[in-house]
Design a binder for this molecule. Structure first.
Ligand code: BEZ
Ligand code: FE
Length: 317
């Protein structure tokens, strides 16, 4: 009544609504959740106001998220693809795994890791079923920040086949291929037999693919090999090595390239003694890459970090 009497009644504004929502969430008991919710609401409301989102556009967004949810299974994670292609995965990774200079930089985990990769000996072949790729030997050392060898480090390795597909995307999706777990020796050395990595498009037959197309972006990732390197007493590092000659290094669909992870794959026309010993007959490639691990902040992080991540991503055993 008073408003109508003095004629001062004003309509509710969008900023009134934001203030009311913030006030309602400000009683969140957990302080971290409170911070996250208040910031999320502030930014989300600011975004909607900034672009003057229409109701039709908001419903379109809801439809896209619904479709993404329906596409998710134990073999497909459309929300990780959204996170990766929007660059969010890389920002989160940087904030949560900041490395001192000299430590191997981390990069996206991606949706194609699988639990249960076989243990492999030094020089073991992860590409034993690949008939079309060119053999490649990847070798190097696992070292600490002072350059001292880290013995018995675990290198969990995965890669696409030479057809550009991960095992889970191919004809026998339940069979593990192009994966292995290697251990460094007393000098920190490791040796992996594989095939030359190829560039490949991320899955683009869903809403992420449509977003890429609508925004004039391609879905290609530069050729790479994935690693999670861990050792007792050190922070695990999730990373890739990239082929320096790849045409997509500057435009990786998921923004995962860092200069320090680019590596030379050198071609050799004839096998040397080591390649012959490993059964390589023709031309092959070699790449050398040393991993530098940071000391663990607590004894628990070594185990918890890797396992929690896998559990959260719903990786398969
Ligand atoms: C991958 O390299 O396996 C990958 C990373 C992010 C999105 C899709 C694939
Ligand atoms: Fe990959």
């Amino acid at each position: 009544m008073p408003d109508r009497q003095n004629g001062a009644r004003r309509n509710k504004t969008e900023n009134d609504i934001t203030a009311e929502v913030l006030a309602r969430f400000s009683g969140t008991p957990d302080p971290r959740l409170r911070d996250i919710m208040l910031s999320l609401i502030s930014h989300l409301h600011a975004f909607v106001k900034d672009v003057k989102l229409t109701e039709a556009e908001w419903f379109q967004a809801i439809e896209i998220l619904t479709e993404a949810g329906k596409m998710c299974s134990d073999k497909r994670q459309e929300f990780i693809l959204f996170s990766d292609t929007l660059g969010v995965s890389m920002v989160v990774d940087l904030l949560d795994h900041r490395k001192p200079d000299g430590a191997t930089e981390s990069t996206v985990f991606g949706p194609f890791h699988r639990l249960g990769a076989p243990d492999m000996p030094m020089g073991g072949n992860i590409a034993h079923r690949d008939r079309t790729g060119t053999p490649a030997l990847v070798r190097g050392r696992v070292l600490d920040l002072d350059g001292k060898p880290v013995a018995n480090a675990l290198l969990d390795v995965w890669q696409t086949q030479s057809n550009g597909l991960y095992d889970a995307q191919d004809a026998n999706p339940n069979e593990l291929h192009m994966r292995g777990k290697f251990r460094s020796d007393a000098e920190g050395r490791y040796l992996i037999r594989t095939v030359l990595p190829v560039n490949y498009p991320i899955p683009s037959d869903g809403p992420v693919g449509r977003m890429l197309k609508a925004t004039g972006r391609h879905p290609w990732r530069p050729a790479h090999i994935h690693f999670v390197v861990s050792a007792e007493g050190y922070e695990p590092v999730t990373t890739h090595i990239f082929d320096r000659t790849d045409e997509y290094l500057q435009s990786d669909a998921v923004f995962a390239v860092k200069d320090s992870l680019i590596c030379d794959f050198a071609k050799h026309e004839k096998p040397d003694a080591e390649a012959s010993r490993l059964g390589i007959a023709g031309p092959f490639y070699t790449a050398e890459f040393d991993f530098h691990l940071t000391p663990a902040t607590t004894a628990q992080t070594t185990v918890m970090d890797a396992q929690q991540r896998l559990a959260a991503l719903g990786a398969r055993g």
